[in-house]
Design a protein around this ligand. Structure first.
Ligand SMILES: Cc1cc2nc3c(=O)[nH]c(=O)nc-3n(C[C@H](O)[C@H](O)[C@H](O)COP(=O)(O)O)c2cc1C
Length: 316
């Protein structure tokens, strides 16, 4: 089951999770040695990533014929133990759960250009429901004026992040040449082939402010991808971040089961001064957690993962 959990997405492919197995129980821990101090100083996205792994672990339990019993943050005051998941009663999986499970190895972050084909209206409805089931909200940004404003904000986020050399250093440290044997981080080939980053490589990323070019490209894909969505929660605390991660995994797998790809445009949420403006544009009092674009496009290669053995805490 953990083999499926570790296929979850994570920011910069840091895979910031650790697991301990005790009897029929799995404990999920945050591995804060893998924090991204510039883009994610409060470990918000780190916990979102762990929430994704948690959802995929629960989904694997359902696939192998068990209900799960999950308690989030089970020990008050212990902010690293994120969840305790016990194998529950036997129960065969539903066809919907099986569709999500089979999408686990097919899901990838896809930064290529998407075709113009619109998303099926009933799929949009199902994606909204998927997020709600994990206690987050998915907003489709379909209104043209709202879409343009969010796209402008994404471009502004790019400009502000790239102007910061600490941001560039952190990104470069997690982007690897294609022939690198690292089992974490993002291979250069996972970038969009038309993307500056794919030709640039870590040395150029470290050295030059590519913000203007990146902003123009991201503004375009945000404005014209078939779907642009914002995931949000009522509050902004560890519990809500884990919920966002579970909702993200459920949404991404539901999308993939329908052959829909996704990639992230979180820049304005990572710049504190811009983050509240995302919710303002949507007219919600929620806190924006992630921005994704959705659509159909060419397949891409999977990114590497550490083995289950590397992310297990031995039980003493
Ligand atoms: C919380 C979170 C935030 C992410 N933010 C970004 C982002 O801002 N830009 C981006 O290109 N990818 C982003 N990603 C995608 C990761 O880079 C990707 O999941 C990771 O490299 C593993 O690759 P995979 O999703 O193809 O398995 C994010 C993923 C997560 C879970």
């Amino acid at each position: 089951m953990l083999r499926y959990a570790v296929l979850a997405p994570s920011n910069h492919n840091t895979q910031p999770w650790l697991f301990r197995v005790r009897g029929n129980q799995v404990e999920l821990y945050a591995d804060r040695s893998r924090s991204l101090s510039v883009t994610d100083p409060n470990d918000r996205q780190l916990l979102i990533s762990c929430g994704c792994a948690l959802f995929q672990l629960r989904l694997a339990m359902w696939h192998f014929g068990h209900l799960d019993q999950t308690v989030l943050l089970p020990v008050p005051g212990d902010n690293d133990l994120l969840a305790r998941v016990s194998l529950g009663e036997e129960d065969p999986p539903t066809p919907q759960q099986e569709a999500l499970f089979h999408a686990i190895p097919l899901r990838r972050t896809n930064r290529q250009l998407f075709r113009e084909d619109p998303l099926r209206p009933d799929l949009k409805h199902e994606l909204v429901k998927a997020a709600t089931r994990e206690e987050a909200t998915l907003h489709f940004v379909d209104d043209r004026e709202q879409r343009n404003k969010i796209a402008d904000l994404i471009a502004e986020g790019d400009r502000q992040q790239w102007a910061n050399c600490r941001f560039r250093l952190e990104l470069a440290a997690w982007i690897h040449p294609n022939d690198c044997e690292a089992r974490d981080g993002i291979p250069n080939s996972a970038q969009n082939s038309g993307d500056l980053l794919s030709v640039a490589g870590p040395i150029v990323i470290r050295t030059f402010d590519l913000g203007e070019g990146q902003a123009a490209k991201d503004r375009d894909i945000a404005a014209y991808s078939p779907g642009l969505v914002v995931l949000s929660t009522r509050t902004d605390e560890p519990w809500a971040w884990i919920a966002t991660g579970q909702a993200l995994a459920r949404v991404l797998l539901r999308a993939r089961a329908d052959e829909v790809w996704a990639s992230y445009l979180n820049q304005p949420i990572e710049v504190p001064a811009l983050r509240p403006r995302v919710a303002e544009i949507l007219g919600t009092t929620d806190l924006a957690q992630l921005i994704l674009r959705l659509g159909y496009g060419p397949n891409v290669n999977p990114t590497p993962r550490r083995t289950v053995e590397e992310v297990m805490i031995p039980t003493v």
